[in-house]
Design a protein around this ligand. Structure first.
Ligand code: HEC
Ligand code: HEC
Length: 453
């Protein structure tokens, strides 16, 4: 069996804020391997499951950091490209950067106000913000020293040497502008986001994201198991990794009909940080699952294969932008919907091609036969979803759509299916017109109190 020491031991880690003095109160996750790993190794008949689990745990530490210092192993290509997924600022779209700045302007209003007053001669008294401990430490270490004349502007931003020139060239340039920029461009570190997750999400989603938090165990539907990167209410094709904006949308909107709340009250920077943490848990979980799968082949936990697993998983996430499920531009407007179109939808719904009724029932109440699995001894049980939970097709007469109730949301669900669930993507031979008729038929089920028009 190969051993992990020499190659993995040499891997570099990104310690973004080492020594800045910020320590999270509680490590963000307690164990290194997830609870499923050892049983999976036993089931795969790996010779020494304890040793294999320990090796996988060790490798995860090398690739994803430790509970109190999470991070990502940087591949040689990333080092060359200066990419570090732990510092996601660089991957935000222009629109997201604007939203972050705007949100920070609101969130740090007190800090920005104090800076403005100081620029007019008042003593500088910037209050500590509610969250964002690392930024506060950096502010105190940097700006306090700067103002006391103990540090130069460039000490604050070692990576932007142009600042000094800027300040020399532009007589109007003051530390105040730089201080404003500091708060406006706030972006949480992975550790800060992990802390917010611990406070706001862990009770449902669990420390490693398995959907097994203390509250989560009692919910139906269960909180998402975040460890495999498969989501339901995103705009990519079913079972593909989501884009950042897909997860932002989920966090802003929440999941209507489930216990998943909306987190709109947090700033865009904090939401982007939560997306970073969700992705961290997913990439870590997927890598762990692949490592277990590889170990099952011959019992070896081989560094080469862990590296392959890590790159494979990142490849899936990096492909997200190309896997968006397109929706046609010309969405039929409700005023254009004719009784003939609804009738056509009803026919499709119960017809052999779309066959929605097999699961949702003829009347759309969610009581079709196709959700049952019949064992050899004749016992019936519900078909399970990807996460092992019994399937419940939506009662379409209730008018509650978890993924949004705009016609385009329903088009996506019907055309591309719902990730992780038994709801399939529509048959290729259904045309867009067929799908729109299904969309409006589904909507008609609740608008008319269950009596199809
Ligand atoms: C009160 C319990 C609860 C809390 C708190 C909670 N969630 Fe959820 N979350 C859920 C449930 C339940 C679902 C599953 C909904 C479904 O299956 O349709 C879910 C689903 C999700 C999904 C997947 C959505 C999809 O498209 O599949 C993400 C991502 C997520 N939650 C992230 C978070 C984050 C991040 C936090 C904290 C900021 C959080 N959740 C807090 C209960 C919760
Ligand atoms: C094999 C079973 C199956 C078939 C076939 C099926 N569905 Fe579903 N459908 C489900 C399940 C299960 C869910 C619930 C998914 C969840 O929330 O976990 C669902 C959910 C839905 C939703 C709710 C989406 C939301 O945002 O809440 C709609 C709408 C829907 N199905 C429409 C259809 C239509 C239209 C068809 C036919 C083209 C169809 N389904 C075929 C099983 C099925």
């Amino acid at each position: 069996m190969a051993n992990l020491t020499p190659r993995l031991g040499a891997l570099a880690f990104f310690g973004s804020l080492a020594g800045c003095g910020y320590e999270p109160e509680i490590p963000v996750f307690a164990s290194t391997v997830s609870a499923d790993t050892r049983p999976a190794l036993v089931e795969a008949e790996v010779a020494d499951p304890d040793l294999a689990a320990a090796r996988i745990g060790g490798a995860l530490g090398l690739y994803f950091g430790t509970p109190s210092a999470p991070g990502f192993h940087l591949t040689p290509e990333w080092i060359e490209e200066e990419r570090d997924p732990a510092d996601a600022w660089w991957e935000l779209s222009d629109a997201a950067v604007d939203a972050v700045r705007e949100g920070n302007g609101v969130r740090f209003g007190a800090q920005l106000g104090a800076i403005e007053r100081a620029a007019e001669g008042a003593p500088l008294a910037v209050p500590r913000p509610l969250r964002g401990g690392e930024s506060w430490a950096r502010w105190q270490g940097g700006f306090a020293a700067l103002i006391a004349g103990e540090a130069a502007l460039t000490d604050l931003h070692p990576d932007s040497p142009s600042l000094e020139e800027e300040s020399e060239d532009d007589p109007a340039f003051t530390w105040g502008e730089e201080a404003v920029r500091f708060w406006e461009s706030y972006y949480p570190t992975l550790t800060e986001s992990a802390e917010l997750y611990r406070v706001r999400c862990l009770t449902c989603h669990g420390s490693l994201g398995a959907g097994d938090g203390p509250t989560g165990l009692y919910l139906d539907p269960r909180p998402r198991d975040l460890r495999d990167g498969i989501f339901k209410w995103v705009d990519v094709e079913a079972n593909r990794r989501p884009r950042r904006d897909d997860l932002i949308q989920v966090l802003e909107r929440g999941v209507r009909g489930s216990a998943m709340p909306s987190f709109r009250r947090y700033s865009r920077a904090e939401l982007e940080g939560l997306v970073d943490w969700v992705r961290y848990l997913a990439v870590r979980g997927e890598t762990e699952q692949l490592a277990v799968y590889f170990a099952g082949q011959d019992g070896a936990v081989d560094p080469e294969r862990i590296e392959t697993a890590y790159k494979t998983v990142w490849g899936r996430w990096d492909a997200a932008a190309d896997q968006v499920g397109a929706v046609p531009e010309d969405v039929p407007r409700p005023v254009d919907v004719t009784p003939a179109m609804i009738a056509r939808g009803a026919e499709q719904f119960r017809g052999a091609l779309a066959n929605c009724a097999s699961c949702h029932g003829d009347g759309g109440e969610g009581n079709g036969d196709a959700i049952w699995e019949i064992a050899d001894d004749g016992t019936r049980s519900r078909r399970l979803d990807r996460w092992g939970h019994p399937s419940q097709p939506r009662n379409l007469t209730a008018g509650v759509f978890f993924g949004g109730d705009r016609p385009r949301d329903l088009y996506r669900r019907i055309k591309y299916g719902i990730g992780g669930t038994i709801m399939p993507a529509a048959d290729d031979s259904l045309t867009d017109a067929d799908i729109w008729s299904l969309v409006y038929f589904v909507l008609s089920l609740s608008e008319s109190g269950g009596e199809p028009r």
